[in-house]
Design a protein around this ligand. Structure first.
Ligand code: GLU
Length: 453
């Protein structure tokens, strides 16, 4: 088995492309095959080195490796030209000056669903001759046999008038030269497949098995795009997802693993993956599900590993203690800073949180009382002692525990979001905690009528 991943470096690696890469890789790695990476850089204007670097970087981050390549499609151009000459010589291809308009006029005469057939002329672009009779049957491992009646297929243009080889010719020849046995790619390429098959047949070459993967949709049933959230691998990474969670979630997109199981280690994915599992209907990429799976992976990491990933992600150091009190509350690396930033950066006031929490009549008095009992806690200021000291307060004020803890939380962080309040107090330490509470009490004293907001 030889598979290939053949991205066009005209932009970042999108989630759909990454899923294609992953399915090829799972197939190769699970079945002892080889994977070729081919960069389809024939669109020279839009193919940039920066895009190539970004694609390679994204694959590396995902842990997808390859056995051959990266091969540049343009570096095989001499061979493409030789094949073009061969097809022209054998009469399988002909020169033609027909423009798009000529093709339309032809169809007006012969019928809109008739494939265009031109006359051989000197010079001009090169078109492959499609036989009038018969059909091209694509053996598709996902969709079953897919039949393309020749009478509907236009003679495809395979080279420009200046001899530049065109896409379908290049792909067919490159797959042939690389001895690709399985062409696994997105369903958006289905209409190219008969053209590539016809090129291979004209060359008397063996055909690979094709597998067209279902498109990815967003949860609203529309084609996956930017408006559904992160669209590229780079964006997923910047959003704080773990590569192993992304791989796990992507592997489930369109491949049914007949169970409720959500978490599959990569070795198990390799072993279980087969093209016969791939579904024909569009798969839904739901970032909420990815978040959920990411949270499960994140909780499985040992603390030192999670800490070093968070330190790399945030560019901060010494996050260990904050990680240990927040890890149950975060689903992505990106969730950490909004939850714990105040520990390092001090209070950033959220005016809404302030007015909501201190709009409650007892809140200033409750905070004052909390300050008293906390000041009386032994200097070791452990979580347990803190908890014991604050425990009687809800009853004393005849309110729920939240009405005592939220004022403390706003005093410490500026917001109503933080790790557990006892852990947070203990981590900040007695002096810093009392200092932040004092600042809030001063502020409240300056606004005796309650928050003006
Ligand atoms: N270069 C094409 C793309 O990026 C893929 C072509 C193929 O897999 O045959 O979509």
């Amino acid at each position: 088995m030889r598979v290939r991943f053949a991205p066009s470096p005209t932009g970042a690696l999108h989630i759909g492309g990454a899923r294609t890469a992953l399915f090829n890789w799972l197939l190769a790695r699970g079945q002892g095959g080889e994977m070729v990476l081919r960069i389809e850089d024939t669109d020279r204007e839009r193919s940039t080195d920066a895009n190539i670097a970004q694609i390679l970087d994204a694959l590396e981050w995902l842990g997808i490796d390859w056995d051959e390549g990266p091969l540049m499609q343009t570096s095989n151009e001499d061979r493409h030209r030789a094949v073009l000459a061969e097809l022209e010589e054998s009469g399988r291809a002909y020169r033609s000056h027909a423009t798009g308009d000529d093709v339309r006029v032809w169809k007006d005469i012969h019928g809109a669903d008739r494939g265009y057939r031109g006359e051989a002329e000197p010079d001009g672009a090169l078109r492959l001759r499609v036989p009038d009779e018969g059909e091209t049957v694509v053996a598709d491992a996902v969709r079953g046999e897919t039949v393309f009646a020749h009478k509907h297929l236009d003679d495809p243009v395979i080279a420009r008038a200046d001899g530049t080889p065109l896409y379908n010719l290049a792909v067919a020849v490159d797959d042939l030269d690389a001895e690709i046995t399985h062409v696994v790619r997105g369903e958006d390429h289905l209409s190219n497949t008969p053209k590539q098959v016809l090129v291979l047949e004209a060359l008397g070459a063996p055909l690979p098995i094709y597998a067209h993967l279902p498109l990815l949709h967003g949860p609203d049933g529309k084609k996956l795009s930017k408006r559904h959230g992160a669209a590229s691998v780079q964006e997923l990474r910047d959003s704080g997802y773990l590569a192993e969670a992304v791989v796990n979630y992507m592997a489930l997109l369109g491949a049914g693993y007949d169970s409720e199981q959500e978490i599959f280690p990569v070795a198990e994915l390799q072993q279980r993956f087969s093209l016969s599992r791939v579904s024909k209907s569009p798969a839904v990429f739901d970032e909420k599900k990815l978040r959920h799976i990411n949270g499960l992976y994140l909780r499985e990491l040992d603390e030192a590993d999670l800490t070093s990933r968070l330190e790399r992600f945030t560019g901060r150091t010494d996050l260990g203690p904050a990680v240990s009190i927040s890890r149950e509350k975060i689903q992505t690396l990106n969730d950490f800073e909004p939850l714990c930033g105040f520990i390092y950066d001090g209070v950033t006031e959220d005016p809404k949180a302030f007015s909501k929490v201190f709009g409650k009549a007892e809140a200033p008095a409750a905070l004052k009382r909390a300050r008293e009992v906390l000041a009386a806690v032994d200097d070791s200021f452990t979580e347990q002692l803190i908890e014991t000291s604050l425990e009687p307060l809800p009853a004393e004020f005849d309110v729920g525990a939240g009405r005592i803890f939220q004022p403390i939380r706003v005093a410490l962080s500026g917001t109503t979001i933080s790790p557990g309040i006892f852990e947070t107090l203990a981590l900040l330490g007695k002096d810093e905690s009392l200092l932040r509470i004092d600042r809030m009490l001063e502020r409240l004293a300056a606004e005796p009528d309650g928050p003006s907001a």
